[in-house]
Design a protein around this ligand. Structure first.
Ligand SMILES: [Cu+2]
Length: 201
């Protein structure tokens, strides 16, 4: 009698009913699949976090009329900028990532400079050099924008230097009045004044 009772007491804590399913192959495969799904759910937003920047005309007081949007997506060739812009002067325009997240004016010798608060070209590698999208200079040096006679620009531009589009956040996209020589001759590509701006959020 006593031996049987001891045997029952040893067996009782081992609850085969709850242990068994997790130990089977099917159970392991199922928990593996759930783990994979959980990891994908975490990873997907980081890969597909496209950015949309609303662009506005620059004035001496700050920003004015909306002129459309620029969508930014990552690609193996670099960041891809899709332009949906209107209301711009026809011709080529310098286009860059500038360092600050501010489209406001700055004051120089008592004169307000539109978009001055955006700062200079985004240069996280401290090259101190304007060299265009394929050169070894500012990471913010983008390809020129080409505006048609109707004032619209619907190009898709690729910036090979920019691999991590999340790093663009808290900076600005600036469109200049003039073109871009992709060199410091003249200084900063010669684009001159800033005519449109958008903060990358
Ligand atoms: Cu610029």
């Amino acid at each position: 009698m006593e031996i049987v009772r001891e045997h029952d007491e040893i067996k009782a804590p081992v609850d085969v009913g709850t242990m068994e399913p997790a130990m089977t192959g099917r159970g392991l495969r199922l928990s593996g699949a759930i783990l994979c799904l959980a990891m994908m759910t975490i990873a997907i937003p980081a890969l597909a976090a496209d950015l949309t920047v609303t662009m506005q005309k620059l004035t001496q007081d700050g920003t004015g009329a909306d002129i459309g949007t620029i969508a930014i997506a990552a690609s193996p060739e670099g960041a891809v900028f899709k332009l949906h812009l209107h209301g711009l002067p026809p011709g080529p325009h310098g286009f860059h990532v500038h360092e600050n997240d501010n489209c406001g004016p700055t004051l120089m010798n008592g004169v307000r400079i539109p978009g001055g608060a955006a700062g200079s070209h985004w240069d996280p590698d401290f090259t101190g050099k304007h060299a265009g999208p394929d050169g070894e200079g500012h990471r913010g040096d983008l390809p020129r924008i080409s505006v048609g006679e109707d004032g619209t620009a619907t190009q898709t531009l690729t910036a090979p230097h920019i691999k991590d589009i999340a790093a663009l956040k808290k900076h600005t996209l600036i469109i200049h009045a003039g073109g871009d020589t992709y060199s410091d001759e003249p200084s900063l590509g010669g684009g001159g004044g800033r005519i449109a701006c958008g903060v990358i959020q």
